[in-house]
Design a protein around this ligand. Structure first.
Ligand code: ADP
Ligand code: ZN
Length: 751
């Protein structure tokens, strides 16, 4: 749809061009024209940031120059105030892509631009002077490093690790502290201060031992051949590589990238943030000369450095999480998305893009192939492949010829232990004992963090809720707090019920903390490690924990999502899913799909060596298709059943959705505003004859969040473009409110 739409203005900044077209990081659609002062004519280029007088008060506002024009009447136009960047922050290709994002995700071009350019790049690209801190070793020696308070010591450690002066922000990021410790050290004279323009130094590279490519097995070879065809003819095609865990998908990507590199082109490999382990990174670094890694823990300086390196064309492979889809490669040859079913590829703030769809568009614009890989592809991707739009490639066997581990559902409805609130039922307990006594290791998966996820009052029967959110509080025993998992709210666990006043508060349900206690009590001779977002706060703690498990110092690893994916530990002979029902019963169209994916992924952690392994899944719904198909390792069977259901429900992948979420501090105002907005859209749909259904408005599933009341409605159509057209047609006519804000979530993944 958007491929061939020419821009309404010229792209080149010619000497005689008078006007720059500027977009802003605000939720409005259009570009604004500004006069280019004489001195910058012919120099300003699209992709540079500019300061412009904006609005009635002519407040200076930063915007992005996206092109140039020669309007007939320039009399009323204002002039640019300043050019911020020395060079364009992105090329024409990326400008086109961000414009597409604005159209596809119903936000403005400026909002899209603002997201894809990392903060670090914006900070460094400007010409302003910056303050840098470095260690005055002599002053430090006088005070004695060991005498410093913990936070200040962390600052010193961060600077040591960086091996170069850093800005305060960067220090705070990597030392995980506020500005206090930096100022404290500065005042003691331990930190030296210099002011200069931001510059980048070359990255310090640790030499990684080079490894040879493996000899592919016949299945892998066939897959590679199919990928090489569009690569060689340099045409766009999406290939869905559906291969069970351990079938050698990554090795196929690597050898496809080998071909790309031989053409002097670059590849982008997207992986879920959680898989950006040293293990994964090393795998690429040992095969290619220059690999850039983009993960969310990079400091601004590190990110800027990687960005510069990539845009200089000196990187062969970019490996990164979601936002790496915007890596500024110069000659992109291939994009790979590993574990394409992962929800972290969707951004949950505006623009709420999905990296898979952006990658598809980028690959299409560049005329290059896109590979999607997964053991459990999303229904969206699988349906496209089945319809022949994308090419389906299947890897049926594990490389090692080891079978997938047997998975059994354990019905806990009649297990007295589970009924009385224990997390570890009889069958899993016996299996854990057998596994550890045999020298094996165990992974226990539970999707709930905290100690007890439900605080409730036995007297009035009500859950004790967060005052800001419509959510019950979770007890965190280790911190002696009752906490809300969506806002910052935390209190001493109440002894009496805030509603009825009775001293009858009880804890209910099992979180990872309580499971850890239970494991420790039942298996005191073995070491257990918990991994969830509470224990893994510090930088590097994830790696340390996995290292301990790999070395066998820990026998039982328990945790949330964090341990479900990608880990490859040959000694794991048992995987236990403590509660398969937590996701299954969520009010979400993808609940069954997620449950299936989760069991399949978790199961992939077991039986990775000749020692074998098994998987036990505790559930109260053993007859649910998602659980039955998952225990049978039957992806295709599951898809056939589920797709039928989706068709009947008029849900994705057959229908496209856009969800509008509205929130405000006064419930009635939100209701009223939702209704008037929905009315405008309904009317526009009728008048324009666009086949869009509008569902709602209704209270959002979490009706109160962070003090805000929330309502939502959905637009549904068989073509994504239909929704875009409708939205565009009413964009300027939508009601406005100063008390109610709204966001639009296109292809929402969370209900
Ligand atoms: P997937 O990405 O499908 O889970 P991997 O690519 O991680 O699978 O492969 C699983 C394991 O098999 C890895 O340890 C990998 O090094 C190994 N492997 C992959 N392909 C081959 C091959 N052709 N020959 C030998 N070992 C292989
Ligand atoms: Zn809350």
């Amino acid at each position: 749809l958007f491929d061939d739409d020419p821009l309404p203005w010229e792209l080149a900044a010619e000497e005689d061009v008078e006007c720059a077209e500027v977009v802003f990081n605000r939720p409005m659609e259009q570009a604004f024209s500004y006069l280019v002062p004489e001195a910058w004519r012919g120099k300003l280029r699209a992709g540079q940031r500019v300061r412009c007088p904006f609005g009635r008060g002519n407040r200076p506002l930063t915007g992005y120059c996206v092109g140039f024009s020669r309007p007939k009447n320039t009399g009323k136009l204002k002039s640019l105030l300043e050019v911020i960047d020395r060079e364009p922050l992105l090329n024409q290709h990326m400008l086109d892509l961000t414009q597409w994002i604005g159209e596809r995700y119903l936000c403005s071009w400026g909002q899209a631009l603002n997201t894809i350019i990392p903060a670090g790049v914006k900070n460094y690209a400007g010409t302003r002077m910056r303050t840098y801190f470095s260690i005055d070793e002599e002053a430090l020696a006088r005070v004695g490093e060991t005498n410093l308070p913990t936070k200040q010591a962390a600052v010193i450690a961060a600077l040591r690790a960086a091996k170069e002066p850093l800005q305060s922000k960067e220090i705070e990021q990597s030392a995980d502290c506020g500005s206090g410790p930096v100022n404290g050290l500065k005042n003691k004279g331990i930190l030296r201060v210099t002011r200069r323009r931001a510059a980048t130094s070359p990255p310090s590279t640790d030499a990684v031992e080079r490894e040879q490519d493996l000899t592919l097995n016949p299945e892998q070879l066939t897959a590679l051949e199919k990928i090489l065809q569009p690569l060689r003819s340099q045409k766009h095609e999406t290939l869905l590589l559906h291969g069970v865990t351990g079938s050698g998908k990554t090795e196929v990507y690597i050898q496809a990238i080998r071909e790309v590199v031989s053409y002097g082109r670059q590849a982008i490999v997207l992986v879920p943030e959680i898989s950006l382990t040293p293990q994964t990174i090393r795998r690429f670094e040992s095969r290619f000369d220059s690999v850039a890694v983009l993960h969310s823990h990079l400091t601004d300086a590190e990110r800027h450095r990687q960005w510069k390196l990539i845009s200089s064309g000196n990187v062969q492979v970019v490996v990164g999480a979601r936002s790496a889809v915007f890596a500024p490669t110069t000659h992109l040859g291939l994009i790979v998305i590993d574990e394409e079913h992962e929800t972290t590829f969707k951004q949950e703030t505006t623009p709420r893009y999905h990296a898979r769809e952006v990658a598809r568009q980028r690959a299409k614009m560049a005329g290059i192939p896109l590979i999607l890989g997964s053991a459990t592809p999303t229904l969206e991707s699988y349906a496209r492949a089945r319809r022949g739009i994308d090419q389906l490639i299947t890897l049926k066997k594990r490389v090692s010829d080891l079978p997938l581990p047997p998975v059994s559902a354990v019905d806990v409805r009649n297990d007295p232990r589970c009924v009385s609130g224990s997390g570890i039922g009889r069958a899993i307990q016996t299996a854990i004992r057998a596994a550890v006594e045999d020298g094996g290791q165990v992974i226990l998966f539970l999707n709930v963090r905290g100690h007890s996820p439900v605080l409730w009052c036995k007297a009035c029967g009500e859950g004790i809720k967060c005052p800001n959110c419509d959510i019950t509080l979770t007890w965190h025993k280790d911190r002696h707090l009752a906490m809300c998992h969506t806002c910052e709210f935390a209190i001493d666990p109440p002894k009496t019920c805030p509603r009825c006043g009775h001293a009858a508060v009880r804890y209910f349900g099992i979180g990872t903390q309580r499971l850890e206690e239970e494991v420790a009590a039942k298996f005191p001779r073995y070491k257990c490690l918990r991994m969830d977002s509470d224990t893994m706060r510090k930088r590097g703690s994830y790696e340390t924990a996995l290292d301990a498990f790999r070395k066998g110092e820990v026998q039982i690893l328990l945790g949330t999502q964090m341990i479900a994916k990608g880990l490859d530990f040959p000694n794991v002979t048992l995987v236990g899913v403590i509660d398969a029902d937590t996701i299954l019963h969520q009010p979400d169209i993808r609940a069954a799909e997620r449950t299936f994916q989760l069991i399949a992924q978790v199961a992939g952690r077991a039986g990775r060596s000749s020692k074998g392994g098994r998987v036990l899944v505790q559930t109260s719904s053993p007859d649910e298709p998602a659980i039955q198909f998952a225990t049978a390792h039957d992806y295709v069977g599951f898809v056939h059943a589920e797709i039928q259901h989706r068709r009947e429900m008029q849900a994705p992948p057959f229908w496209h959705l856009a969800r509008v979420i509205l929130r405000g501090l006064i419930d009635d105002e939100v209701v009223e505003f939702s209704n008037s907005m929905a009315t405008v859209l309904r009317k526009a749909a009728e008048e324009s004859d666009l086949p869009v259904r509008l569902l709602g408005p209704a209270p959002a599933p979490i009706m109160k969040l962070n003090k805000f009341y929330r309502h939502h409605f959905q637009l549904a159509a068989e073509q994504a473009e239909t929704i875009q057209k409708l939205w565009r047609s009413v964009a300027t006519k939508l009601p406005k409110s100063s008390n109610v804000e709204y966001v639009v979530d296109v292809d929402p993944l969370n209900m």
